[in-house]
Design a protein around this ligand. Structure first.
Ligand code: GDP
Ligand code: IMO
Ligand code: MG
Length: 429
C-alpha cells in the first residue's frame, strides 16, 4: 500500500511527467501536492504530446484517478481550460476521475497582477517567476486570508469571498505598486461561474487517499518543480513558494509518512534551470547549444509553461547529493541520456573550489552558491544513438561508465534510464 513519491532533484523540468506516466501503469491514483500551473509536465505517447500544468500526468492512463492536493494553488480558469483540452482529446475528466482537495488554495487575477508587479518592481533583482500568481497565492495562504477551493462549493460564497479578496489586493496593487485596480464585481461573477463547473470535483482527498492506500493500492505523488526550488531547501530567494521536496507530499496530501514507499529522484543526465539564480555548472556557447537544442525537437530546452530558453550545464553531483539528503531519495531516474550522444566529452561536477579551498558538500546550503567554482571529472563521450536501448547492455561502454560514476558519486542506485521522450524509450534497471 505504498505512496511512491516522484521528486524533481534539480531546478525543475527533469522529466517528472514522463517518469510519472511510466510508473502510473501500475498505480491507482496520481496526486499533485505542491505548486500550481507554474509546472509544465510533458507526456509523449507515440505521436501524441500532452502538456499538463495542473492535472496529474497519470490521467493519461484510463484507469488512474487524478488528485489535486491541499498543498496546491489552483487557478480555476486554467483548470477548466486544461480539463476541456484533455476531454477534447478523449480523456475522461469526470468528477470520479479528477478530485480537488477542499483545502487547496485558489489563484485569482489579483495574484497574477501582484506577481507581475512585484517582479517589475524588483527590476534586475527579479526572481524570474512564471508570472502565474504562485507567490502571492501562497502569501495569502500563509497570512490566513486565502481563498480555498471549498468556497467554490457554493457560487454565492465564491462571489462574496472573491469580492473581499479583490478589495484587499487592490490596496496593494494601487498603494504599493501604483497599478490600476481590478474590478471586484467582474472577478466575482467569473468565480461564480467557475464554481458551477468545479463544485462536483471538490472532495476530502486526504480521506480518499487513505482509503486507496489502506486497500493496498499504489498512489503516486507527482512532484512539481524541484528540490533546489524548494522554499526552505532551495537556492533562496531564487525559489518557488511551496515545498516540492518529499516531505511536502505528506503535508500537501494529508497522508502520513508511514505509507511512504519509493522516493524517486528524477534528474537529467545534465542540468538546466529557468529563471534567475546561481548555477555553478552552467555552460555557454556551442556546448550549451548542443544541450539546449534549437527548439526544433519537442524536447529541446525551452520552457513548457513560458517558452523561455532554459539555461544549460553539466550534472552537479554536490547538488544531487544534497537533493538525495533533503528528500530521502531511495533511487534515481535519469532522463535525457540520449541528448549527450555526440558530445566529444561528458563532465560531472564532483566538488567546488572557493578561495583556494575545496568542498565536497555545501557549507551553508544552496542559497550560498555564489563564488563556488565547479571541479569537474571528465570522461570520453559516445556518438551512438541510444534511443533504442531497452537494457543497460544496449548502451555504449562510455554511457554505462557515465551512469556508474553518477551512482558512485551520488551514493544511490539508478532504477530507470530514459533514452527518449516516448513511453517505451526507457531502460528499467
Ligand atoms: P517535468 O516538468 O519534470 O515534467 O519536465 P518537462 O516536461 O517540463 O521537460 C522535460 C522535457 O524533456 C519534455 O519535453 C519531455 O518530453 C522530454 N523528455 C523527458 N525524458 C526525455 C528523454 O529521455 N529524452 C528526451 N530527448 N526527451 C525527454
Ligand atoms: P516543473 O514542475 C522549472 C521556477 C521559475 C522561477 C521560480 C519561481 O515543470 O518542473 P514561480 O512562478 O514558481 O514563483 O517561479 O521557480 N519554476 C520552475 N522552473 N520548472 C518548473 O516546474 C517550475 N516552476 C517554477 O522559473 O525561477
Ligand atoms: Mg516542466
Amino acid at each position: 500500500m505504498p505512496l511512491d513519491i516522484i521528486i524533481g532533484a534539480q531546478w525543475g523540468d527533469e522529466g517528472k511527467g514522463r517518469i510519472t506516466d511510466r510508473l502510473a501503469e501500475r498505480a491507482a491514483v496520481t496526486a499533485r501536492y505542491s505548486g500550481g500551473d507554474n509546472a509544465g509536465h510533458t507526456v509523449t505517447v507515440g505521436s501524441e504530446i500532452f502538456k499538463l500544468h495542473l492535472l496529474p500526468s497519470g490521467l493519461i492512463h484510463p484507469g488512474v484517478v487524478g488528485v489535486l492536493g491541499n498543498g496546491m494553488v489552483i487557478n480555476p480558469q486554467r483548470f477548466i481550460e486544461e480539463m476541456d483540452k484533455l476531454a477534447a482529446r478523449g480523456v475522461n475528466v469526470s468528477s470520479e476521475r479528477v478530485k480537488i482537495s477542499y483545502a487547496a488554495h485558489l489563484i485569482t487575477p489579483a495574484h497574477i497582477a501582484l506577481d507581475k508587479a512585484s517582479e517589475a518592481a524588483l527590476g534586475r533583482g527579479k526572481i524570474g517567476t512564471t508570472g502565474r500568481g504562485i507567490g502571492p497565492a501562497y502569501t495569502d495562504k500563509v497570512a490566513r486570508r486565502g481563498l480555498r477551493a471549498e468556497s467554490l462549493a457554493d457560487a454565492r460564497v465564491a462571489a462574496d469571498s472573491v469580492k473581499a479578496h479583490i478589495a484587499r489586493a487592490n490596496a496593494s496593487l494601487q498603494g504599493v505598486y501604483g497599478q490600476p485596480p481590478l474590478d471586484a464585481e467582474a472577478v466575482a461573477a467569473e468565480f461564480a461561474a467557475y464554481a458551477e463547473r468545479i463544485a462536483p470535483h471538490i472532495a476530502d482527498t486526504s480521506m480518499y487517499l487513505h482509503q486507496v492506500l489502506k486497500a493496498g493500492m499504489t498512489v503516486l505523488a507527482e512532484g512539481a518543480q524541484g528540490g533546489l526550488l524548494d522554499i526552505d531547501h532551495g537556492t533562496y530567494p531564487y525559489v518557488t513558494s511551496s515545498s516540492p521536496v518529499s516531505g511536502g507530499a505528506f503535508t500537501g496530501l494529508g497522508v502520513g509518512p508511514q505509507f511512504a514507499g519509493r522516493i524517486i529522484g528524477v534528474t537529467k543526465a545534465f542540468q538546466t534551470r529557468v529563471g534567475e539564480g546561481p548555477f555553478p555548472t552552467e555552460t555557454f556557447g556551442a556546448e550549451a547549444e548542443c544541450l539546449r537544442g534549437t527548439g526544433q525537437n519537442p524536447w529541446d530546452e525551452f520552457g513548457t509553461t513560458t517558452g523561455r530558453p532554459r539555461r544549460c550545464g553539466w550534472l552537479d553531483l554536490v547538488l544531487l547529493r544534497y537533493s538525495a539528503r533533503i528528500n530521502g531519495l531511495t533511487e534515481l531516474a535519469i532522463t535525457k541520456l540520449d541528448v549527450l550522444s555526440g558530445l566529444g566529452r561528458v563532465r560531472l561536477c564532483v566538488g567546488y573550489r572557493k578561495e583556494g579551498k575545496e568542498f565536497n558538500e555545501l557549507p551553508l546550503g544552496p542559497s550560498h552558491l555564489e563564488g563556488f567554482e565547479a571541479i569537474y571529472e571528465d570522461a570520453p563521450g559516445w556518438d551512438e544513438d541510444v534511443r533504442g536501448a531497452r537494457a543497460l547492455s544496449d548502451l555504449p561502454e562510455a554511457a554505462r561508465h557515465y551512469l556508474s560514476r553518477i551512482e558512485a558519486l551520488a551514493g544511490l542506485k539508478i532504477s530507470m534510464v530514459s533514452v527518449g521522450p516516448e513511453r517505451e524509450q526507457m531502460v528499467i534497471v
